[in-house]
Design a protein around this ligand. Structure first.
Ligand code: SF4
Length: 321
Protein backbone atom coordinates (compact mmCIF):
# COMPACT_ATOMS: atom_id res chain seq x y z
CA UNK A 1 0.00 0.00 0.00
CA UNK A 2 2.70 2.49 1.10
CA UNK A 3 6.35 1.68 0.47
CA UNK A 4 9.47 3.56 1.52
CA UNK A 5 12.61 2.55 -0.32
CA UNK A 6 15.71 3.56 1.67
CA UNK A 7 14.50 7.15 2.00
CA UNK A 8 16.73 9.86 3.42
CA UNK A 9 15.52 13.41 4.06
CA UNK A 10 17.39 16.43 5.37
CA UNK A 11 16.88 20.04 6.33
CA UNK A 12 19.08 22.46 4.44
CA UNK A 13 20.23 24.98 7.04
CA UNK A 14 22.82 27.74 6.79
CA UNK A 15 25.58 25.62 8.31
CA UNK A 16 24.91 22.43 6.36
CA UNK A 17 22.31 19.68 6.59
CA UNK A 18 20.33 18.15 9.44
CA UNK A 19 19.84 14.54 8.41
CA UNK A 20 16.46 13.93 10.00
CA UNK A 21 15.62 10.69 8.17
CA UNK A 22 18.34 8.24 7.17
CA UNK A 23 17.78 5.31 4.76
CA UNK A 24 14.38 4.38 6.16
CA UNK A 25 12.98 1.31 4.48
CA UNK A 26 9.62 -0.32 5.27
CA UNK A 27 6.13 -0.81 3.95
CA UNK A 28 2.68 -0.31 5.38
CA UNK A 29 0.27 -3.06 4.37
CA UNK A 30 -3.36 -2.75 3.43
CA UNK A 31 -5.80 -2.97 6.34
CA UNK A 32 -3.34 -2.41 9.18
CA UNK A 33 -2.40 0.25 11.69
CA UNK A 34 1.33 0.87 11.64
CA UNK A 35 2.96 2.79 14.49
CA UNK A 36 6.11 4.89 14.49
CA UNK A 37 7.62 5.44 17.94
CA UNK A 38 10.66 7.23 19.30
CA UNK A 39 11.64 10.16 21.46
CA UNK A 40 11.25 13.82 20.43
CA UNK A 41 13.58 14.88 17.63
CA UNK A 42 14.17 11.35 16.31
CA UNK A 43 12.67 12.19 12.89
CA UNK A 44 9.15 10.75 13.28
CA UNK A 45 7.26 13.83 12.13
CA UNK A 46 9.72 14.47 9.28
CA UNK A 47 9.20 10.89 8.14
CA UNK A 48 5.44 11.51 8.11
CA UNK A 49 5.96 14.62 5.95
CA UNK A 50 8.06 12.54 3.56
CA UNK A 51 5.29 9.94 3.31
CA UNK A 52 2.72 12.67 2.70
CA UNK A 53 4.94 14.38 0.11
CA UNK A 54 4.80 17.58 2.14
CA UNK A 55 8.25 18.62 1.01
CA UNK A 56 9.23 22.24 0.85
CA UNK A 57 12.38 24.20 1.63
CA UNK A 58 14.34 23.65 3.85
CA UNK A 59 13.23 19.98 3.81
CA UNK A 60 14.40 17.85 0.89
CA UNK A 61 14.59 14.16 0.02
CA UNK A 62 18.24 13.33 -0.61
CA UNK A 63 17.83 9.69 -1.65
CA UNK A 64 15.32 6.86 -1.97
CA UNK A 65 11.66 6.99 -2.89
CA UNK A 66 8.13 6.68 -1.56
CA UNK A 67 5.36 4.81 -3.42
CA UNK A 68 1.66 4.52 -2.83
CA UNK A 69 -0.21 1.70 -4.54
CA UNK A 70 -3.72 3.08 -4.63
CA UNK A 71 -6.51 0.55 -4.34
CA UNK A 72 -9.29 3.04 -5.07
CA UNK A 73 -7.95 4.82 -8.13
CA UNK A 74 -7.40 2.07 -10.74
CA UNK A 75 -4.47 0.69 -8.76
CA UNK A 76 -2.46 3.75 -9.76
CA UNK A 77 1.03 4.05 -8.29
CA UNK A 78 1.88 7.50 -6.89
CA UNK A 79 5.54 8.33 -6.24
CA UNK A 80 7.06 11.14 -4.22
CA UNK A 81 6.65 14.37 -6.15
CA UNK A 82 3.15 13.34 -7.26
CA UNK A 83 1.69 11.92 -4.02
CA UNK A 84 0.49 15.46 -3.28
CA UNK A 85 -1.92 15.09 -6.21
CA UNK A 86 -3.64 12.27 -4.33
CA UNK A 87 -4.18 14.16 -1.05
CA UNK A 88 -7.55 13.68 0.64
CA UNK A 89 -8.75 10.93 -1.75
CA UNK A 90 -5.87 8.43 -1.58
CA UNK A 91 -3.81 9.69 1.36
CA UNK A 92 -4.75 12.13 4.08
CA UNK A 93 -3.05 13.60 7.11
CA UNK A 94 -4.16 14.42 10.63
CA UNK A 95 -1.57 17.00 11.73
CA UNK A 96 -0.28 17.60 15.21
CA UNK A 97 -1.98 20.30 17.31
CA UNK A 98 -5.66 20.50 16.30
CA UNK A 99 -6.04 24.09 17.56
CA UNK A 100 -3.20 25.45 15.47
CA UNK A 101 -4.06 23.79 12.18
CA UNK A 102 -7.71 24.86 12.03
CA UNK A 103 -8.49 28.35 10.81
CA UNK A 104 -9.64 30.24 13.95
CA UNK A 105 -11.92 32.64 12.03
CA UNK A 106 -13.82 30.08 9.97
CA UNK A 107 -16.60 27.80 11.14
CA UNK A 108 -15.99 24.06 10.95
CA UNK A 109 -18.50 23.74 8.10
CA UNK A 110 -16.58 26.23 5.98
CA UNK A 111 -13.35 24.38 6.70
CA UNK A 112 -14.94 21.12 5.51
CA UNK A 113 -16.18 22.84 2.36
CA UNK A 114 -12.84 24.56 1.64
CA UNK A 115 -10.88 21.36 2.07
CA UNK A 116 -12.93 18.74 0.30
CA UNK A 117 -15.59 20.24 -1.98
CA UNK A 118 -13.41 20.13 -5.08
CA UNK A 119 -12.72 16.42 -4.54
CA UNK A 120 -16.32 15.50 -3.86
CA UNK A 121 -17.63 14.85 -7.37
CA UNK A 122 -20.22 17.14 -8.88
CA UNK A 123 -22.64 17.29 -5.99
CA UNK A 124 -24.01 20.64 -4.94
CA UNK A 125 -23.33 22.28 -1.58
CA UNK A 126 -26.58 21.06 -0.03
CA UNK A 127 -25.78 17.47 -0.97
CA UNK A 128 -22.22 17.81 0.34
CA UNK A 129 -23.51 19.20 3.64
CA UNK A 130 -25.93 16.27 3.96
CA UNK A 131 -23.08 13.83 3.33
CA UNK A 132 -20.90 15.55 5.93
CA UNK A 133 -23.72 15.45 8.51
CA UNK A 134 -24.31 11.78 7.74
CA UNK A 135 -20.60 11.01 8.16
CA UNK A 136 -20.37 12.93 11.45
CA UNK A 137 -23.30 10.88 12.75
CA UNK A 138 -21.55 7.66 11.68
CA UNK A 139 -18.61 8.79 13.81
CA UNK A 140 -20.99 9.70 16.66
CA UNK A 141 -20.15 13.39 16.40
CA UNK A 142 -22.95 15.94 16.83
CA UNK A 143 -23.66 17.73 13.51
CA UNK A 144 -23.83 20.99 15.51
CA UNK A 145 -20.01 21.09 15.45
CA UNK A 146 -20.32 22.35 11.89
CA UNK A 147 -21.74 25.64 13.17
CA UNK A 148 -18.90 26.15 15.68
CA UNK A 149 -15.62 28.02 15.45
CA UNK A 150 -12.60 25.91 16.51
CA UNK A 151 -12.16 27.78 19.82
CA UNK A 152 -15.72 26.84 20.81
CA UNK A 153 -14.82 23.13 20.76
CA UNK A 154 -12.87 21.19 23.38
CA UNK A 155 -9.40 19.87 22.47
CA UNK A 156 -10.78 16.34 22.12
CA UNK A 157 -13.67 17.48 19.91
CA UNK A 158 -11.32 19.47 17.66
CA UNK A 159 -9.20 16.38 17.23
CA UNK A 160 -12.28 14.28 16.36
CA UNK A 161 -13.35 16.89 13.82
CA UNK A 162 -9.89 16.77 12.20
CA UNK A 163 -10.08 12.97 12.01
CA UNK A 164 -13.55 13.23 10.45
CA UNK A 165 -12.26 15.76 7.93
CA UNK A 166 -9.22 13.65 7.03
CA UNK A 167 -11.25 10.46 6.57
CA UNK A 168 -14.42 11.87 4.97
CA UNK A 169 -13.37 10.88 1.42
CA UNK A 170 -12.40 7.37 2.59
CA UNK A 171 -8.69 7.58 1.68
CA UNK A 172 -6.61 4.41 1.34
CA UNK A 173 -4.04 5.73 3.81
CA UNK A 174 -4.44 8.01 6.83
CA UNK A 175 -1.38 9.48 8.55
CA UNK A 176 -1.83 10.79 12.09
CA UNK A 177 0.88 12.80 13.85
CA UNK A 178 0.73 12.54 17.66
CA UNK A 179 -3.09 12.33 17.63
CA UNK A 180 -3.40 12.12 21.42
CA UNK A 181 -0.81 14.66 22.56
CA UNK A 182 -2.00 17.24 25.13
CA UNK A 183 -5.26 15.35 25.77
CA UNK A 184 -6.21 13.78 29.09
CA UNK A 185 -6.23 9.98 29.28
CA UNK A 186 -10.01 9.60 28.99
CA UNK A 187 -10.13 11.75 25.85
CA UNK A 188 -7.04 9.95 24.52
CA UNK A 189 -8.85 6.65 24.86
CA UNK A 190 -11.82 8.06 22.93
CA UNK A 191 -9.57 9.30 20.10
CA UNK A 192 -7.80 5.93 19.81
CA UNK A 193 -11.13 4.11 19.77
CA UNK A 194 -12.37 6.45 17.04
CA UNK A 195 -9.26 5.90 14.89
CA UNK A 196 -9.48 2.17 15.36
CA UNK A 197 -13.19 2.09 14.44
CA UNK A 198 -12.63 4.21 11.34
CA UNK A 199 -9.83 1.88 10.21
CA UNK A 200 -11.93 -1.26 10.81
CA UNK A 201 -14.84 0.21 8.89
CA UNK A 202 -12.80 1.43 5.90
CA UNK A 203 -10.24 -1.40 5.97
CA UNK A 204 -7.63 1.15 4.92
CA UNK A 205 -4.10 1.66 6.25
CA UNK A 206 -3.20 4.00 9.07
CA UNK A 207 0.16 5.28 10.22
CA UNK A 208 0.20 6.63 13.76
CA UNK A 209 3.20 8.60 14.95
CA UNK A 210 3.47 8.87 18.72
CA UNK A 211 6.20 9.14 21.35
CA UNK A 212 3.79 7.33 23.71
CA UNK A 213 4.47 3.58 23.65
CA UNK A 214 1.10 3.01 25.38
CA UNK A 215 -0.65 4.39 22.29
CA UNK A 216 1.16 1.87 20.09
CA UNK A 217 0.37 -1.00 22.43
CA UNK A 218 -3.33 -0.16 22.34
CA UNK A 219 -3.90 0.47 18.67
CA UNK A 220 -1.15 -0.63 16.25
CA UNK A 221 -0.68 -3.99 14.50
CA UNK A 222 2.96 -3.46 13.58
CA UNK A 223 5.37 -0.76 14.58
CA UNK A 224 8.79 0.72 13.93
CA UNK A 225 11.11 2.27 16.51
CA UNK A 226 13.08 5.31 15.36
CA UNK A 227 16.30 6.53 16.84
CA UNK A 228 18.32 9.49 15.55
CA UNK A 229 16.67 9.42 12.11
CA UNK A 230 16.92 5.65 11.59
CA UNK A 231 14.38 2.87 12.03
CA UNK A 232 16.28 0.58 14.36
CA UNK A 233 13.59 -2.07 14.98
CA UNK A 234 10.42 -3.03 13.16
CA UNK A 235 7.95 -5.83 13.74
CA UNK A 236 4.51 -6.90 14.96
CA UNK A 237 3.60 -4.76 17.97
CA UNK A 238 3.03 -7.78 20.21
CA UNK A 239 6.48 -9.14 19.46
CA UNK A 240 8.12 -5.76 19.99
CA UNK A 241 6.54 -5.48 23.44
CA UNK A 242 7.02 -9.14 24.44
CA UNK A 243 10.43 -9.70 22.92
CA UNK A 244 12.19 -6.44 22.05
CA UNK A 245 15.59 -7.04 20.47
CA UNK A 246 17.38 -3.70 20.13
CA UNK A 247 18.90 -2.38 23.39
CA UNK A 248 17.13 0.98 22.84
CA UNK A 249 13.72 -0.67 22.38
CA UNK A 250 14.33 -2.76 25.51
CA UNK A 251 15.08 0.40 27.50
CA UNK A 252 11.97 2.14 26.15
CA UNK A 253 9.77 -0.78 27.16
CA UNK A 254 11.42 -1.28 30.53
CA UNK A 255 10.72 2.39 31.30
CA UNK A 256 6.95 1.83 30.95
CA UNK A 257 4.96 1.73 34.20
CA UNK A 258 2.95 -1.48 34.71
CA UNK A 259 0.09 -2.19 37.10
CA UNK A 260 1.44 -3.97 40.18
CA UNK A 261 5.08 -3.18 39.38
CA UNK A 262 6.39 -0.81 42.04
CA UNK A 263 10.02 -0.93 40.94
CA UNK A 264 11.88 2.33 40.38
CA UNK A 265 11.79 3.26 36.69
CA UNK A 266 14.89 4.70 35.10
CA UNK A 267 15.20 7.00 32.13
CA UNK A 268 17.61 6.32 29.30
CA UNK A 269 20.91 8.03 30.20
CA UNK A 270 22.47 10.56 27.86
CA UNK A 271 20.98 12.36 24.88
CA UNK A 272 20.57 11.43 21.20
CA UNK A 273 23.42 12.46 18.88
CA UNK A 274 23.30 15.58 16.74
CA UNK A 275 21.70 14.95 13.36
CA UNK A 276 23.80 17.78 11.98
CA UNK A 277 26.92 15.62 12.35
CA UNK A 278 25.71 12.11 13.16
CA UNK A 279 28.41 9.79 14.52
CA UNK A 280 29.90 6.90 12.55
CA UNK A 281 28.80 3.37 13.42
CA UNK A 282 25.73 2.76 15.56
CA UNK A 283 24.01 6.01 16.50
CA UNK A 284 22.99 4.56 19.88
CA UNK A 285 26.56 3.65 20.85
CA UNK A 286 27.08 6.67 23.16
CA UNK A 287 24.17 5.51 25.33
CA UNK A 288 24.44 1.75 24.99
CA UNK A 289 25.87 -0.40 27.78
CA UNK A 290 26.93 -3.06 25.25
CA UNK A 291 28.79 -0.78 22.83
CA UNK A 292 32.10 -2.05 21.47
CA UNK A 293 34.69 -0.52 19.14
CA UNK A 294 32.91 -2.22 16.24
CA UNK A 295 29.69 -0.43 17.21
CA UNK A 296 31.49 2.92 17.17
CA UNK A 297 32.88 2.44 13.68
CA UNK A 298 30.58 0.16 11.65
CA UNK A 299 26.91 0.82 11.13
CA UNK A 300 24.88 -2.28 12.08
CA UNK A 301 22.82 -3.90 9.32
CA UNK A 302 19.17 -4.79 9.67
CA UNK A 303 18.92 -8.39 10.90
CA UNK A 304 15.93 -10.71 10.90
CA UNK A 305 15.17 -11.60 14.51
CA UNK A 306 11.73 -13.19 14.19
CA UNK A 307 8.71 -13.49 11.93
CA UNK A 308 8.48 -10.10 10.19
CA UNK A 309 10.66 -8.77 13.00
CA UNK A 310 13.93 -6.96 12.24
CA UNK A 311 16.43 -4.96 14.28
CA UNK A 312 19.73 -3.21 13.57
CA UNK A 313 22.34 -4.10 16.18
CA UNK A 314 25.69 -5.89 15.98
CA UNK A 315 24.67 -8.12 18.89
CA UNK A 316 21.93 -9.64 16.76
CA UNK A 317 23.88 -10.78 13.70
CA UNK A 318 22.84 -14.38 12.98
CA UNK A 319 20.43 -14.30 15.93
CA UNK A 320 17.56 -15.82 13.93
CA UNK A 321 18.12 -19.05 12.01
FE1 SF4 B 1 24.52 -1.15 21.33
FE2 SF4 B 1 26.33 -1.88 19.53
FE3 SF4 B 1 23.85 -2.75 19.32
FE4 SF4 B 1 24.42 -0.21 18.83
S1 SF4 B 1 25.13 -1.98 17.67
S2 SF4 B 1 22.72 -0.97 20.00
S3 SF4 B 1 26.00 0.19 20.35
S4 SF4 B 1 25.29 -3.22 20.97
Amino acid sequence: MLKLNAVSAQYNILTGYVKAVDKVDFEVKANEIFGIAGESGCGKSTLLKVMYDLISYPLEISQGSVEIHSRSNDQKIYRNGEINKSWWKVISYVPQGAMHVMNPVKKVKTQFFDSISKYHGKQNKKQLEQDIIQYLKELELPPEVLKAYPHQLSGGMRQRVLIALATFLRPDIVLADEPTTALDVIVQRGILTMLSQVQKKMKNSMVIVSHDMGVHYQITNRMGIMYAGQMIEIGPTEQIFENPKHPYTKMLINALPRIGDNSQKEGIPGTPPSLHHPPAGCRFAQRCAFATDVCRTIEPLRTKVGDEHYASCHLLQDAYI
